[in-house]
Design a protein. Structure first.
Length: 369
């Protein structure tokens, strides 16, 4: 597929850190939530190895945060997700599938409980704010819903803890996975969560004061030299190997959370009310017809821009390949595919047409590593 440059406009927002990202040598962008997301600085492979060894700072301002405030805020948030949030605690964040009344996926954000009447939904890509406003209007809920001006910096990699301790102090080492707390730098307070879109460990810094955030960004690169710090971005190789799903790529409105492997976040027996509860009960009773699985393909190159069909040796439909990339770890292409239930078997072989050539592969579990 031919590649084209991106023209910035009011419809396509830069991030508060775009000037820093461009100075760091970003080579390409994708677009999420009408905003620029860096995708390559060096190469997927070099950045993959660096991420697994050192520390990177990602501009993930595209993870827009929807804030819901008011006495009915919990009611609204719970209506949106099949995960039981009735006992949610302040200073914790909850990975939560959002579903519609048919039990179909709307998104898979982190939900932060800020206080008893304030929740934040941190999304990757989709119109969650409109979804929330529609439910609130239909249910006549007393809430205020808005997109915040928060921009997120992700600090990821095995040396992230050393960098963060150097900047924010030793207390940050006490922060547990999917928890958050408040930390100060240069007289500015930041909400920082132990989270991130990698399996290498890390943090997400929620920046509200952009001027202070830019100063923090520059300081991180100044003091991070001893940790071989680099600017980075979510790495597709590490993501697929780690089984980290991408809404809009691996799953979308056609799929339900059972098919996506979110069983532990589907609390049908809890005394809670959410959209799609009846639908998910029926799906559980009838059983799923397809499921996300890992795949390994016997080739070293693939350019996947749309999902591709997989077939068995008798040309029966096996499923759709939804994400794929060459893995230096496996020395072949690996991917995530939505597989028909009867083919969800480890080592099940399939074939795929790539650039006019028939290539073979096999199904495997997620995560791949």
């Amino acid at each position: 597929m031919k590649k084209f440059s991106i023209t910035k406009s009011k419809r396509l927002r830069s991030t508060p850190f775009s000037s820093r990202i461009e100075a760091q040598g970003v080579k390409s962008y994708s677009v999420y939530n009408h905003m620029l997301l860096p995708t390559v600085f060096d190469s997927f492979i070099n950045e993959y190895h660096h991420l697994k060894t050192h520390v990177q700072v990602w501009d993930v301002s595209v993870q827009r945060e929807i804030e819901i405030i008011g006495k009915d805020s919990y009611t609204l948030v719970q209506l949106m997700t099949c995960r039981d949030l009735s006992k949610a605690k302040i200073k914790k964040c909850y990975y939560s599938p959002l579903i519609d009344k048919y039990g179909k996926m709307i998104n898979d954000p982190l939900i932060y409980k800020i206080d008893n009447d304030t929740w934040r939904i941190c999304i990757a890509d989709s119109d969650v704010m409109l979804f929330a406003k529609g439910i609130a209007e239909a249910k006549n809920l007393n809430v205020d819903i808005k997109e915040t001006n928060i921009s997120t910096l992700a600090v990821q990699g095995p040396k992230s803890i050393q960098l963060m301790e150097k900047i924010f102090g030793s207390k940050i080492k006490e922060l547990k996975f999917f928890n958050y707390d408040y930390f100060e730098f240069d007289n500015h307070r930041y909400l920082i969560s132990k989270s991130g879109y990698s399996k290498q460990g890390g943090f997400e810094i929620h920046v509200e004061n952009i001027k202070a955030g830019l100063k923090l960004y520059d300081h991180m690169f100044k003091v991070g030299k001893e940790f071989n710090i680099k600017a980075g971005c979510p790495n597709i190789i590490e993501r697929i190997e780690g089984g980290l799903l991408s809404y809009g790529n691996d799953m979308d409105i056609r799929d339900n959370p059972f098919e996506c492997g979110f069983d532990k976040y589907i609390n049908l027996d809890a005394d809670i009310d959410f959209l799609g509860k009846d639908s998910l009960n029926k799906i559980k009773s009838n059983g799923i017809v397809k499921k996300l699985m890992g795949v390994k393909i016997n080739t070293q190159q693939i350019d996947l821009y749309n999902e591709e069909k997989l077939y068995d040796k008798n040309n029966n439909f096996v499923g759709f390949l939804r994400s794929a990339v060459y893995s230096p770890n496996f020395k072949k292409v690996v991917g995530i595919a939505m597989i028909e239930k009867k083919y969800c078997k480890i080592s099940q072989e399939f074939k795929i047409n790539i650039d006019g050539k028939q290539i073979f592969g096999e199904i495997c579990n997620l995560p791949l590593v």
